[in-house]
Design a protein around this ligand. Structure first.
Ligand SMILES: [Zn+2]
Length: 240
């Protein structure tokens, strides 16, 4: 019996080893391609990246820093930061991560978000998906970003620090007031976060409503400080 168990174990180990070797061999044989345009790029460690042209198509959101500060004053979170504007390449990356199954992009995106994490952060919490949507999509893109940010920064990630208790319709193209009404009471925060400084992570911020309601839930659970950090930020329309 023990012998048989050993046999099964070693078979599983051999299989895992073979899989690792073949993946490594594939990495060596297949050239790395740009996540944006699929041209061949050179990377020293085979990590996902963009070519120089695609890097140039990411537009910094620094020009909107004042708007972000204003949003943070109005809403339940304490600060808001995003490295890029939600347009062009940044928009493609978000869509490919969210709908195109391009999960390796999350690492590159997290690398760009990393310098924006404020000092003193205790935990990283992703904006959650409702379990119905999580089941359909199989992964939470914000969760992937949080996981990579945790690995890169060494800050603890609490994947289910927030739970989405109410399923909401897709918010794409909906008016701000409709979005807000739908999101009211949609999130609950874990009480273990009490007294912590939280980095709330998402792929994109459109109106700030989702972040606001998440931050509200976090504050109700006794969270001390909420920094919202998203990869991209939608420039607000004047008068809209
Ligand atoms: Zn490219």
């Amino acid at each position: 019996m023990i012998k048989q168990a050993n046999k099964v174990f070693s078979k599983a180990k051999a299989y895992a080893f073979a899989k690792r070797i073949s993946k490594g061999a594939l990495d060596l044989c297949l050239p790395q391609t740009c996540l944006g345009c699929r041209t061949v790029v050179q990377t020293p460690d085979f990590s996902p990246t963009l070519c120089a042209v695609c890097w140039g198509q990411l537009h910094s959101a620094d020009t909107l820093r004042e708007t972000m500060n204003f949003m943070a004053e109005e809403d339940h979170y304490d600060s808001f930061t995003a490295p890029f504007l939600y347009e062009g390449m940044a928009m493609d990356m978000v869509k490919n991560l969210k709908y195109g199954g391009q999960r390796p992009a999350a690492r590159l995106m997290a690398q760009q978000m990393l310098p924006y994490i404020e000092d003193g952060a205790d935990v990283i919490v992703p904006v959650p998906l409702h379990k119905k949507r999580l089941y359909r999509r199989a992964y939470n893109q914000a969760g992937d970003l949080a996981k990579h940010l945790g690995k890169l920064s060494g800050i603890e990630v609490v994947p289910f620090g927030l739970t989405r208790v109410r399923h909401t319709q897709s918010q794409v193209g909906q008016k701000a007031d409709v979005r807000r009404a739908q999101l009211k009471g949609a999130f609950v925060a874990d009480e273990t976060l009490k007294g912590k400084r939280v980095v709330l992570v998402d792929d994109v911020c459109t109106t700030g409503s989702t972040a606001d309601f998440c931050a509200q839930a976090l504050k109700e659970a006794g969270v001390l400080y909420v920094q919202v950090l998203t990869f991209a930020f939608v420039e607000p329309k004047v008068g809209g």
